[in-house]
Ligand binder design. Structure first.
Ligand SMILES: [Ca+2]
Length: 456
């Protein structure tokens, strides 16, 4: 039988089973290796992702190449079952933001927090072992590498607030503003939010090849002269200090000190991460995966073809995407769905804490620049899709695809060329975010601001 009908039939079967309330869907495609070929088209991945979002687990039968499906909620029990969940149980399934509501209100809690009942299963890891959440109930250890940046600021808050994430370190990079300003901004956000036990270290001040022929870009038109315009932080220094180590050293020390592999979450230009991978190839086994904001399956925002983070340092992005590490990418095609509409801003304002006021000031400024520069009715909060995905993988559907970075191109340097149709024949190297559960995303953000605001 031709390949495409096989894929279509399997994908339709998965979706139909999930719509009919299947808990476990047994996927059997016959010969070993066929799975990987089918995945090129992304159709099967979309179906599996859709099934996951309805609470179903897709099980690869023996003989299939299950490693190709690692980012999805895949299990390989000895005997698969096909069961129907009672409708009442489906309605009662708790969501990730319920876990946040149950989080302790004060003190450091993340390291000691156990499994959250009903929390979604973690995606399988690159080693094929079960997700951390299933087995030991440990939070996902994370290093944020960022360029705050209005949306970066919210990602820091989300990572610090949610018990499913253990925020080990924050590193900064030049991007939305100079690295001096993004570092100061990270310290300011952590000071206001009461995040005092996470080291913050400064990283690269320019792209990999910036010293030769390319200037360091900043996004002053979007984030202002400080990189975090809007709130009145005052002239005083933030009380959270800057770590004396540079970003690369802090990442190294953190990976070596943590007992389990750590997830890197870059939400700025990829200079720090590329520099680290080049300097410490021996430590890549200690990196669980890279979950980043950058690029797009469609068009860019800084040039017609390129998104800001990737365009700032395309060579660094190329190193990351071709590193062989598991990469999950949330680009503009996904992040533009997560817009801070007036009702969201009103919900945050209603929390009535100093932190919620800061967040409203940030979103108000961000809304004005996005309206002026791009004509958006409400600003997209790009970066927190990364941590939201770690907390609840079902919030954003993923498609596995080959992603290439345009390094030359007369008009397209910095573009992420995402092969959604499998037409290039290149092996998939990334999972690409597609459809966002927007209400679920904002539940997480609002709850994070509430929890930290009441704790600070
Ligand atoms: Ca950013």
């Amino acid at each position: 039988m031709p390949l495409r009908p096989v894929v279509d039939r399997a994908a339709k079967g998965i979706v139909r089973a999930a719509e009919h309330g299947a808990d476990v869907i047994n996927l059997s495609l016959g010969e070993s290796g066929l799975m990987a070929r089918l995945l090129k088209g992304g159709i099967l991945n979309q179906a599996i992702s859709a099934a996951n979002s309805k609470g179903a687990v897709v099980v690869a039968a023996a003989g299939n190449d299950s490693t190709a499906l690692q980012p999805y909620r895949l299990d390989t029990p000895a005997s698969a079952t096909w069961t129907r969940r009672p409708p009442c149980a489906r309605r009662a399934a708790p969501r990730a933001h319920d876990a946040l509501r149950r989080a302790p209100r004060s003190g450091r809690h993340r390291r000691s927090t156990g499994p959250v009942p009903g929390a979604p299963a973690r995606p399988a890891t690159r080693d094929g072992r079960a997700g951390l959440w299933d087995g030991g109930g440990m939070p996902v250890p994370v290093i944020l590498d960022c360029d705050p940046g209005h949306d970066d600021a919210f990602n820091i808050l989300l990572a610090a607030a949610h018990p499913a994430v253990e925020l080990l370190a924050v590193t900064t990079v030049a991007g939305n503003q100079t690295v001096e300003k993004t570092t100061l901004n990270a310290r300011r956000v952590c000071s206001v939010a009461g995040i005092r036990d996470v080291p913050i270290a400064a990283g690269s001040d320019r792209p990999l090849h910036g010293a030769q022929d390319r200037e360091q870009r900043v996004a002053e038109d979007i984030h202002g002269g400080s990189g975090l315009d809007g709130p009145g932080f005052g002239e005083g220094k933030p009380d959270v200090p800057q770590d004396p180590r540079d970003a690369r050293t802090l990442i190294r020390d953190t990976l070596l000190a943590h007992p389990a592999p750590v997830t890197l979450v870059p939400t700025g230009p990829l200079t720090n991460i590329a520099t680290f991978l080049l300097a410490h190839p021996e430590l890549t086994p200690r990196i669980e995966r890279i979950v980043l904001m950058g690029g797009s399956t469609g068009r860019g925002n800084t040039t017609p073809a390129a998104e800001f983070n990737i365009l700032c340092d395309p060579e660094a992005a190329d190193i990351v995407f071709s590193s062989g590490l598991p990469v999950t990418m949330f680009g503009l095609n996904a992040t533009h769905q997560a817009r801070a509409t007036p009702d969201v801003v009103a919900r945050i304002a209603a929390l009535g804490t100093p932190l919620s006021r800061l967040c409203v000031e940030l979103l108000t400024y961000f809304a004005a620049t996005y309206r002026e520069v791009y004509g958006f009715d409400a600003p997209p909060l790009h970066d927190p899709l990364t941590v939201a995905h770690l907390i609840d993988p079902s919030l954003i559907s993923l498609v596995r695809a080959a992603v290439s970075i345009e390094l030359t191109g007369t008009y397209t340097r910095g573009a992420t060329v995402v092969d959604l149709q499998g037409v290039t024949g290149r092996s998939p190297n990334a999972d690409v975010g597609m459809e966002v559960d927007v209400p679920g995303f904002w539940e997480l953000i609002v709850e994070a601001v509430r929890v930290l605001g009441e704790r600070a």
